[in-house]
Write a protein that binds this ligand. Structure first.
Ligand SMILES: [Fe+2]
Ligand SMILES: [Fe+2]
Length: 482
């Protein structure tokens, strides 16, 4: 039986969970496997299943050297079940069971709650693969094409991770949920994915980079909160997924950074100082900065909806149960029970946005969302605005107010501008295209989406990366097209 660190690659399903010693589970997963492959062929990357892609595969779960790089055809990728090592003597860090030994089995009273959390997390993983499935046709380089596919296979591995938990710990219900994860479809009218942002279209590469920047960052926050879980197998699963998530966000933040670099360089070269001189900037074959801002506004606001309502009894219950913690719970210095604690929440009162102190337990969604906003804000400064600033062009990308363009929570019923000023429905309708991409903006971005397939070459609208994947040279053939 493999140890915690070693991955057994001999069987059909690579794993470090001792699958060979659990024939019932192995049979369940092997039965799920063909449906999974059907899903991948049907709803995974469109048109590149026979290409050789330079991918990294997880071969261990220790800090160093868990990844191996090599050419793989995607349907032959070794999707595996990988958990971070078990921490000896780990105890539950928060809620009513604080200080008790972490659970190795599902506690009966929290079974439904846990199953729901795992199912919702699991549903987002294949959803993003479905959303991105047509992007290969318009990749701006082989480097970017490879990055897209890396994200896709890893999101699919995250699906495996959640399916493992469902099949191992939830019996027949878990097997049914695992089937349903393959049955729902992003954007489908009858059987949509569970969360709104995962039913939106990802029509172009700018949307892909914004998605990996903002929406994968929501994934990071959710995984962090679940990594604190008292249910140890969930915690260990999420801890390993976080190592992969970091790479997805790198692709988003460096992707947008390279788009900004191309814009600024083209503007400088053409002697254009005014970022709002959109027509002239667009003639240079790059996206204009105001359109970048509008796209950021859209993806940021869609992602905020994923955190749910600001005040939530479900979130409070999950916390008290010791199932889902706060971001970096184990680094917070308080009682980890939130007894008598309050938290400031933005609320809508008589049509105005006001700050109100509420019991901290009921405001856990809000708190996680605040942590997300802070994390996104610092990444915008570090990865995006620094690039624009260095070019000398006077422009800054900013994150809109949390009341802007919301469909869930306190601000779902109103319209607000990016500064958080409440607008009448008429004014919103009149000014909407100032804040969010217009049909014309989207058509312009779409017009730039022409594939570039020559190694080392990049589309005009995006700069080459500083360094290659796995330190490969600039003209490396990341994808060998069949
Ligand atoms: Fe994921
Ligand atoms: Fe991700």
């Amino acid at each position: 039986m493999p140890s915690d660190m070693a991955v057994d690659y001999d069987g059909l399903i690579p794993n470090n969970v001792g699958l060979n010693a659990d024939p019932r589970l192995r049979r369940a997963l092997e039965q799920w496997h063909p449906s999974y492959l059907d899903w991948w062929m049907d709803r995974g990357p469109d048109g590149f299943q026979a290409a050789d892609v330079y991918l990294r595969t997880a071969v261990g779960v220790d800090q160093e050297g868990w990844a191996k790089f090599g050419y793989v055809r995607m349907p032959e990728y070794r999707w595996g079940i990988l958990l971070a090592p078990q921490v000896e003597g780990r105890t539950i860090g928060f809620g009513a069971h604080k200080g008790e030994m972490a659970w190795q089995e599902v506690p009966g009273e929290y079974r439904a709650m846990l199953r729901r959390l795992i199912t919702v997390q699991g549903d987002t993983e294949p959803a993003s693969v479905e959303q991105q499935r047509r992007l290969g046709a318009t990749a701006p380089s082989l480097y970017d094409l490879r990055n897209l596919f890396q994200v896709n296979v890893e999101e699919a591995r995250h699906l495996w991770a959640m399916v493992y938990l469902l099949q191992k710990y939830f019996g027949r219900d878990g097997r049914e949920e695992a089937e349903d994860l393959l049955r729902r479809r992003s954007g489908d009218r009858d059987t949509p994915r569970l969360l709104g942002a995962f039913n939106e279209r990802t029509p172009d590469w700018l949307a892909f980079f914004m998605f990996t920047f903002f929406t994968d960052r929501d994934g990071k926050m959710q995984l962090h909160a679940l990594a604190q879980s008292g249910f140890d197998p969930l915690s260990r699963t999420c801890r390993f997924m976080l190592t992969e998530e970091a790479h997805h966000m790198f692709i988003g933040q460096s992707g947008i950074g390279r788009v900004l670099e191309a814009i600024c360089a083209a503007m400088k070269k053409a002697g254009i100082d005014d970022p709002h001189d959109i027509a002239r900037v667009r003639q240079l074959g790059v996206i204009d900065l105001p359109t970048m801002q509008k796209r950021a506004n859209m993806h940021f606001s869609l992602t905020l909806d994923l955190f749910g309502s600001e005040l939530s009894t479900n979130a409070a219950n999950a916390y008290q149960a010791g199932i889902k913690g706060r971001y970096l719970e184990d680094q917070i210095d308080d009682d980890h029970a939130l007894t008598g604690a309050t938290y400031p929440v933005l609320r809508l009162k008589d049509g105005a946005i006001v700050r109100e102190e509420v019991p901290a337990l009921s405001a856990l969604n809000m708190r996680l969302r605040d942590d997300f906003v802070a994390d996104a804000q610092s990444a915008v400064e570090r990865w995006w605005n620094r690039i624009v600033e260095r070019s000398g062009i006077d422009y800054r990308i900013t994150l809109p107010h949390v009341a802007f363009n919301r469909r869930i929570g306190e601000f779902a019923t109103i319209e607000a501008d990016p500064e958080g000023k409440v607008l009448s429905a008429q004014e919103w309708a009149r000014r909407r295209d100032e804040f969010l991409p217009s049909a014309e903006d989207d058509a312009f971005v779409a017009s730039l989406m022409k594939p570039v397939r020559e190694p080392g070459k990049f589309a005009s609208w995006i700069a080459p990366p500083r360094t290659g994947i796995d330190n490969k040279p600039g003209d490396f053939e990341y994808v060998k097209l069949a």
